[in-house]
Design a protein around this ligand. Structure first.
Ligand SMILES: Cc1ncc(COP(=O)(O)O)c(C=O)c1O
Length: 429
């Protein structure tokens, strides 16, 4: 059926949207003319929840009022502050509360997890990642190999999109990965992949990947930077060994805010696992005895190093409460799929051959983000991105050739998607 391309239809969809009211829980940046920006960059930096602002200000007030006693006084004392976030953060990735802790930042957590779960042994010493992994992940993995005095060329396996007869595909083909696991599985110690590929928006089949890797004795970790707050996931049930994510994208907790870390119960309870240690990971009852015998907490908290930045945790708490007000990820995912489907159909109807969507179309293979390539002869994608920006549309540009646009169910409207396509059409013309 042909999609209705009118603004009235977009408004009608907004009128029927049970989550439309969630937009009022966020501060929406303004254009120069005072109107709301068309903001599609929740995949890079989520917008500010009003509750986060409130909780950060309350925390500053507590500091003013209590000084050092703020560690123990007030409604949300700082000493156990990270504990207030475990249950809700766990829900975001389908985990038990004991399996999740908010700490450090994403790349730091990837390193900490590799310290524990990349244990090269005999001929099993390779790490498999995807060829176009986010550079920070790639650097982290290479440096871990070097740390173990392993040759990077020999021990880094790259899963790449196909290139057949000179035609370069953009998407990863799972069959290729399964072949690599089948044929080289005994040599692979760790598979580290994204839940959602940052450039193409492709969602990977985390459940099957974990099953196939475990069948060959391989540990599996996921970088959920683009998946947390975007997809419904089941880290615990899928038996994933570990996962890490940042909180500033779909989790709306502010630039550089504290990151998340999941360690499966079967490992989290094992205090013998090798790890880098710090006092915040030490048994809470004896932490202040100031002794030198490190006893890790038998949950994900046992991987903490330092006492955390509570201002950032307050922002995260505001964001997680906002997710709860929305009714959680299942309802949000439903809206997200509907909204991205609407956007895809509108792009196809209005922009035709001028834009190619490289993100897969199937529901299970895409999240909020659509990655677009400008295919009009003589038109430069980066110039289109700049033109969108000048016209009140915030998207993001990723080298070499992609405009990423992410309608986020918490605060985007169907009307935003309509205006995005309208303005892009004008720019293309
Ligand atoms: C997939 C992915 N991995 C890693 C990073 C690096 O994150 P951080 O700077 O918080 O360590 C990012 C940042 O955007 C990312 O998107």
């Amino acid at each position: 059926m042909k999609i209705d391309t009118t603004l009235d239809f977009a408004r009608q969809l907004d009128g029927q949207d049970p989550l439309a009211k969630m937009r009022s829980h966020f501060s929406i940046p303004k254009q120069a003319n005072g109107e709301d920006e068309y903001y599609f960059t929740g995949n890079s930096l989520g917008l500010q929840p009003k509750l986060s602002r409130q909780y950060v200000i309350e925390l500053l007030d507590d500091w003013q009022r209590h000084g050092v006693r703020g560690h123990f006084e007030g409604d949300y004392p700082w000493m156990p502050y990270h504990e207030f976030l475990c249950r809700q953060s766990a829900k975001m990735v389908g985990a038990l509360a004991e399996e999740v802790v908010m700490m450090n930042s994403l790349t730091v957590n990837l390193h900490l997890m590799m310290v524990s779960f990349f244990r090269p042994d005999g001929k099993r010493r390779k790490i498999l990642i995807e060829d176009h992994a986010f550079p920070s992940d790639h650097y982290a993995v290479e440096s871990q190999l070097k740390h173990h005095q392993l040759d990077v060329q020999e021990n880094l396996l790259l899963w790449a999109p196909r290139n057949e007869n000179g035609i370069q595909e953009e998407l990863l083909n799972h069959d290729d990965l399964y072949q690599m696991i089948e044929h080289q599985g005994e040599e692979i110690a760790l598979i580290l992949l994204p839940g959602v590929q940052y450039y193409t928006g492709q969602v990977l089949d985390m459940k099957t990947i974990t099953e196939k890797a475990h069948a060959k004795g391989i540990r599996v970790g996921f970088d959920l930077a683009h998946a947390a707050g975007n997809l419904v996931m089941k880290m615990h049930d899928w038996q994933v060994d570990f996962a890490c994510w940042c909180s500033y994208k779909y989790l709306n907790s502010g630039a550089g805010s504290v990151a998340g870390c999941f360690i499966h119960q079967k490992h989290a309870e094992n205090t013998d696992i090798n790890r880098f240690a710090g006092w915040w990971g030490h048994d809470k009852k004896s932490r202040f005895k100031m002794e030198n015998d490190f006893k890790p907490i038998a949950t994900a908290e046992g991987w903490q190093l330092s006492n955390p930045p509570v201002l950032s945790l307050a922002a995260i708490r505001g964001s997680l409460d906002t997710f709860d007000i929305a009714g959680g990820m299942t309802a949000l995912r439903q809206k997200s799929l509907k909204m991205s489907q609407y956007l895809m159909e509108l792009i196809e109807a209005e922009l035709g051959d001028g834009i190619r969507i490289i993100t897969p179309g199937a529901d299970a293979e895409r999240g909020c983000q659509l990655s677009l390539m400008v295919t009009v002869e003589g038109l430069d994608g980066k110039a289109m991105f700049d033109a969108l920006e000048k016209n009140g549309v915030t998207t993001d540009w990723r080298e070499p050739n992609v405009i990423r646009v992410a309608p986020v169910p918490l605060y985007n409207r169907y009307q935003d998607a309509y205006h995005f396509v309208r303005i892009l059409k004008e720019c293309l013309q």
